[in-house]
Design a protein around this ligand. Structure first.
Ligand SMILES: Cc1cc2nc3c(=O)[nH]c(=O)nc-3n(C[C@H](O)[C@H](O)[C@H](O)COP(=O)(O)OP(=O)(O)OC[C@H]3O[C@@H](n4cnc5c(N)ncnc54)[C@H](O)[C@@H]3O)c2cc1C
Length: 491
């Protein structure tokens, strides 16, 4: 009997009824993979020697959105191989982003401007953020475009292949050995296989053996049909995206949050998630969250809902208050969710990848040309937007088990309401740039001051959730941010 079949039939009855057996099994496999990452044997020695001729310039482990790198580097004339434990370019996601953020796809030359325009299946007028017992805060140009995720991944696969990349479906990474001249990668297939590359790019997402995330968002939901349309808060307005919405306070020790985006054909992509630390996840976190999704969805939107396309997963992130790997070894670099470069507050990994892949790919091409592929040189391929380094403190306040005992269930909503009322007061540009991870230092300080004026205990509350080491790191990062701003004259 498989693990998926072994779950008692009385457990998660609503979920069992709504998901196909194939999707059920995939959810269980994802949970299993997140809890016990497949064993990958890693050795810092024993790989190709200096001057060795490698089979490939670049080996990309994981063919999800990281295919952007494969397609771009292969077009740049490098010899690329991609392998994935499943089928390459096969996502089960729905992505939202703003139109402006898609520009790097055209700037990279991978897609024409017309193709990028056509990638947007639907664009709506504006978005809102609404906190239970608090206000509703509209914002424009944030997550307001629905992307054709399947087409994007299909095309990245086709374009990588057309540019000469070798694609190996159903090849999981079993181990690798680093040497002065490259990396030897072991892929157990029926016949067993090894290959060598000058650079290993780890795009294995949350399953990366290097992942050491201290935050994650279990997220479930999908594309729903049958919801009521109208102007009420429990109805769907096809011109409004709902970026973050709560319908109650802390329940089961968690603050659950809804997201809802109008999709083509009158449908509504709806997610339920919560912030947590991976160590706090209980058994079957996705199935348990799906069960809550089906039970509490009417609190969020009314109607006779049908789940037409389930989408789910663990979105990982780094609070930046503990060490965060970037290039864990010489000749090995992390990208995409494996690198966790996105905001620890918004968790927009798709947006972050689209924003970062071009400068990172260009820097990798340059490092490959000079053969400067030590961990230090690889770590410097990306410098992240400054505000990301200080947002983790806010997220940790929403994590279960962090000083939550005896806390008022309305506390997280009140905190978020104070934060977003302040952002809204700072104007659409600042508010939108905060949600898109682009806020500058001066605006961030203005945001912190406004929020503190609204809720004087906020920093005591934040610090009460953090350890002494985390507070020291947070303060250091804030000081560094101020210094960078002062020395560069940036905002
Ligand atoms: C439900 C949901 C909704 C989301 N919505 C949005 C959104 O609207 N906007 C946004 O900005 N972001 C969104 N995200 C986040 C976004 O989807 C991710 O950040 C992005 O897909 C990460 O891509 P990736 O290629 O790095 O990782 P993944 O998509 O996780 O791909 C990793 C790949 O590695 C392969 N792999 C794993 N282990 C191995 C191994 N040992 N050997 C070989 N291959 C392996 C896997 O099979 C997979 O193909 C959402 C995420 C979820 C879960």
């Amino acid at each position: 009997m498989s693990k998926a079949e072994a779950i008692a039939s009385s457990d998660f009855p609503k979920t069992r009824a709504a998901l196909s057996s194939e999707t059920w099994a995939h959810v269980v496999a994802l949970e299993e993979g997140f809890a016990h990452k497949g064993h990958v044997e890693i050795a810092a020695h024993g790989g190709p020697d200096r001057g060795a001729r490698c089979d490939y310039d670049v080996a990309l482990a994981g063919g999800g959105l990281s295919l952007l790198y494969a397609a771009w580097l292969a077009r740049a004339g490098l010899k690329v191989v991609v392998f994935d434990r499943g089928k390459i370019g096969c996502g089960h996601r729905e992505w939202n982003i703003s139109r402006r953020e898609l520009q790097p796809l055209a700037e990279s030359g991978l897609f024409s401007a017309a193709e990028v325009a056509a990638l947007v299946l639907k664009e709506y007028r504006s978005g809102i953020i609404r906190w239970h017992g608090g206000g509703t805060y509209p914002v424009r140009h944030v997550l307001d475009c629905v992307v054709n995720a399947e087409w994007l991944l299909d095309q990245l696969r086709a374009r990588a292949e057309a540019a000469g990349a070798t694609l190996l479906d159903h090849h999981a990474l079993a181990g690798y050995r680093v040497g002065a001249g490259g990396v030897e990668v072991r892929l157990p297939s029926e016949r067993g296989r090894t290959l060598t590359a000058r650079l290993l790019v780890d795009g294995m997402g949350a399953s990366s053996p290097h992942a050491a995330f201290d935050l994650c968002c279990p997220t479930v939901g999908g594309v729903l049909g049958g919801l009521d349309e109208g102007p009420g808060v429990r109805e769907v307005d096809p011109e409004i995206g709902e970026i973050l919405v709560t319908t109650e306070g802390i329940e089961e020790e968690r603050q659950h949050i809804w997201e809802g985006f109008p999709a083509p054909g009158g449908r509504f992509t709806t997610y339920l998630f919560y912030y947590t630390e991976p160590a706090q996840l209980g058994p079957h976190p996705l199935l348990a969250l799906y069960e809550r999704f089906f039970a509490t969805r009417p609190r969020y939107k009314s109607g006779d809902a049908r789940l037409e396309k389930p989408t789910y997963g663990f979105i990982p992130a780094y609070s930046r208050l503990r060490p965060m790997p970037s290039a864990p070894r010489d000749r090995v670099i992390l990208v995409g969710d494996a690198a966790g470069r996105h905001s620890p507050l918004t968790f927009c990994g798709f947006g972050s990848m689209i924003r970062s892949f071009l400068p990172v790919a260009e820097a990798l091409r340059e490092r490959l040309a000079r053969d400067t592929l030590d961990a230090r040189a690889l770590s410097s391929v990306w410098s992240e937007p400054p505000a990301l380094s200080v947002m983790g403190g806010l997220t940790l306040m929403m994590v279960e088990g962090r000083g939550r005992k005896g806390r008022d269930p309305a506390d997280v909503n009140r905190l978020l309401d104070a934060a977003f009322a302040s952002l809204a007061e700072l104007g659409d540009e600042t508010y939108a740039s905060f949600v898109r991870d682009e806020i500058g230092f001066r605006d961030f300080i203005a945001f912190m001051r406004k929020t503190a004026a609204r809720r004087p205990t906020i920093y005591d509350d934040v610090f009460a959730q953090l350890s002494a080491a985390e507070i020291a790191r947070w303060t250091l990062r804030l000081a560094k941010l101020g210094f960078t701003k002062w020395s560069t004259g940036s905002r």
